[in-house]
Design a protein around this ligand. Structure first.
Ligand SMILES: Cc1cc2nc3c(=O)[nH]c(=O)nc-3n(C[C@H](O)[C@H](O)[C@H](O)COP(=O)(O)O)c2cc1C
Length: 249
């Protein structure tokens, strides 16, 4: 196992990316940067792993913005995208390109599958045991590559120009069972929910990441059921056959 300092930067509103990151990390003592919060500008030593979800075949803009606070100086980096079994399209290339622009040298990359955070029946239970075994082996290979000071570059799939970010014209609903505890407002990665009026969501800031839905103890927040139903029907056609992790090293 490498003794090189390892930093993991994760954007994981509903926990899928977090599970994948943990499965890859070579030991539990890695330094963490939470991209769901503001990130202070800093330079990164050792190796950086960035783990982000795929939204509409792209990396969420807010995750890219916060990643820009992390600067490398030819520092080795690992690009990991996590998607809900439909497709990751241009997201891995976008993450690779972004890390490179921030001064990192991308020496490994991967795409993993996790439960779809909007339609939870899609890829249910992923990452599963087999995914985590692939992730752990990937982490070991990254550590070995870093220890050997092997800085050889990798290529990842994707197209430039990137596909357009789809706009989903939907607002999260709040049920009467909301007691205004403000947990959703505190944990919202984009500040779209005001702590004073947590039953309101600013549609201009909301990226539909589903964090407020998943952290509400009273299950008082949800997407309009017809929207979820429509997505479920579409995803059942294109995302029901289990995809497998892809590794680039
Ligand atoms: C707004 C939004 C868009 C998404 N777009 C895609 C997509 O294009 N392809 C896909 O396979 N999964 C897609 N997903 C599913 C997520 O990529 C997947 O559930 C991921 O694990 C979420 O990460 P998290 O659990 O760390 O929040 C999308 C999810 C959301 C909320």
């Amino acid at each position: 196992m490498s003794t090189t300092e390892w930093t993991t930067a994760v954007f994981s509103p509903t926990g899928g990316c977090e599970k994948v990151a943990k499965a890859i990390e070579p030991n539990p003592s890695v330094r963490r940067v939470d991209l769901c919060e503001h990130v202070e500008p800093q330079s990164v030593q050792g190796v950086l792993m960035a783990v982000v979800p795929v939204y509409g075949g792209r990396v969420p803009e807010v995750a890219l913005e916060r990643l820009r606070a992390l600067r490398g100086d030819g520092t080795p980096a690992v690009a990991v995208v996590v998607y809900g079994n439909r497709a990751y399209e241009d997201a891995l290339l976008e993450l690779h390109t972004e890390l490179t622009a921030n001064g990192f040298k991308v020496i490994a990359a991967a795409a993993f599958i996790a439960e779809h955070s909007i339609v939870r029946t899609i890829a249910k239970g992923r990452p599963n045991e087999a995914d985590c075994a692939v992730a752990a082996e990937f982490g070991r290979r990254v550590s070995a590559k870093v220890a050997a000071e092997d800085m050889s570059a990798i290529c990842v799939p994707g197209n430039i120009p990137y596909r357009e970010r789809p706009r989903i014209p939907v607002t999260i609903l709040t049920l009467d069972s909301c007691r205004g505890c403000g947990r959703c407002a505190r944990l919202c990665p984009t500040g779209a929910i005001s702590p004073a009026t947590p039953d309101k969501t600013d549609p201009a800031k909301c990226i539909l990441c589903m964090r407020c839905v998943s952290v509400c103890f009273r299950r008082a927040r949800l997407l309009p059921p017809p929207v979820v139903e429509g997505m479920m029907q579409r995803l059942n056609l294109v995302a029901s056959e289990p995809k497998q992790p892809e590794i680039f090293i």
